[in-house]
Design a binder for this molecule. Structure first.
Ligand code: CP3
Length: 343
């Protein structure tokens, strides 16, 4: 039986004349209505944990643009918080967390069964969304991949080269691996709870996968994704999973097959024609317009959007950016992109 929702059809491997489209960070600071709701909530974390307002900001870009998918409004760093890390956001700078640098830090973390106490408002947001979204719109749940989440838990902040996480990996591998295992187990339960609440697809964000090379990439990016996907598929065989090992380069090749992902999201550092030949051969690909086009717009945006659609037109494709839309993007450029895809 043919699936009605375009995003689910692409994820099932169907080649569509017009690719479904959504954008990473589509609910975000480039939208005035997002900034207004965030102000109403007080701050970013209060917005994440307020189901009515989190559902509202998830719906805003759907109303404005009619994207084919809505992504739950939350953050990958809520899992560390649910495991007992302190978390706060410094305006204009980004996240700050308490750090884990040794066995004692790891031992102080909560167990996997404890995470739902903190995360239950997120499941409530998913429930509201599955009631309120238009019937053609697919609801995507998400979590960070263990490596990416660990880089923040170890350093206590975003880092350019993930140096502190690499250092712990090399100097105290048992603690590093125990931390990855704890995050992996928590992520499985977090995503399962999102699915129970109504998420129709889940996405795993490995934003810093690109800094893992060789065996490390296999052990700490590919293997955890494979574990999470296997556990979810055992419980929810029909829920598609999108994996995003950002900046994996050649690591994108075979990633879907090796992990069991239904779709691989690719960043904008790889060429679309290359990705069509090397990654899309295994199934659905998501991507990969460079976010700066949403700032600069114009004919370049139109040409590049059409080029990407054309590059992936012989197989299943979900149009997206290669990374999140930035706060300085012009909301009008989103219409220009959509017109170039659909018009
Ligand atoms: O995509 C969406 O619209 C859904 C919501 C979503 C957010 N973060 C909201 C958010 C998703 C899927 C994320 C994922 C996320 N969060 C990632 C992985 C994807 C990526 O961007 O690489 C990472 C690494 C984080 C951690 C995080 N959250 C950072 C580093 C920051 C600060 C940098 C920034 O962009 O401000 C955040 C904050 C954040 N998460 C914002 C939003 C809308 C901005 C917060 C604000 O309103 O001030």
């Amino acid at each position: 039986m043919a699936e009605q929702k375009t995003l689910l059809r692409a994820l099932a491997g169907e080649k569509l004349d017009t690719p479904p489209v959504w954008m990473m960070r589509q609910a975000g600071r480039y939208l005035p209505e997002y900034r207004a709701t965030r102000a109403q909530a007080g701050d970013f974390l209060s917005l994440c944990y307020n189901p009515d307002l989190a559902a509202e900001v998830t719906l805003q870009p759907i109303r404005r643009y009619g994207f084919d998918a809505a992504i739950l409004f939350a953050d990958i760093l809520l899992v560390p918080q649910a495991l007992g890390a302190d978390l706060w956001f410094v305006t204009g700078e980004g996240p700050r967390l308490s750090t884990i640098t040794d066995q004692a830090g790891f031992d102080a973390l909560k167990g996997v069964d404890d995470i739902h106490e903190t995360l239950s408002p997120i499941y409530e947001t998913v429930k509201i969304l599955s009631r309120e979204l238009p019937q053609e719109t697919t609801l995507i749940g998400f979590a960070g991949a263990p490596w990416t989440v660990a880089t923040y838990m170890i350093a206590g902040r975003g880092t350019k080269d993930q140096g502190p996480a690499h250092a712990l990996k090399d100097e105290n591998r048992p603690v590093f691996e125990a931390l990855l295992d704890r995050i992996t187990a928590a992520t499985i339960e977090y995503l399962a709870a999102q699915i129970d609440a109504g998420a129709e697809v889940v996405k795993i964000f490995d934003s810093w996968a690109g800094s893992l090379k060789g065996d490390d990439f296999t052990k700490y990016a590919l293997e955890p994704a494979k574990q999470i996907i296997a556990a979810l598929k055992a419980r929810y065989p029909h829920i598609p999973v999108i994996a995003f090992p950002r900046e994996a380069g050649d690591g994108y090749i075979g990633f879907a097959k090796a992990t069991g992902a239904d779709c691989v999201a690719i960043d904008n550092s790889v060429d679309s024609d290359w990705a069509a030949a090397n990654v899309q051969v295994d199934g659905c690909v998501q991507g990969n317009l460079a976010p700066h086009h949403m700032v600069t717009g114009g004919q370049d945006l139109i040409d590049e959007t059409r080029r990407i659609v054309k590059a992936f037109k012989n197989g299943p494709h979900i149009f997206n950016l290669g990374h999140g839309i930035t706060p300085d993007a012009d909301p009008e450029n989103v219409h220009v992109m959509l017109e170039a895809i659909r018009g």
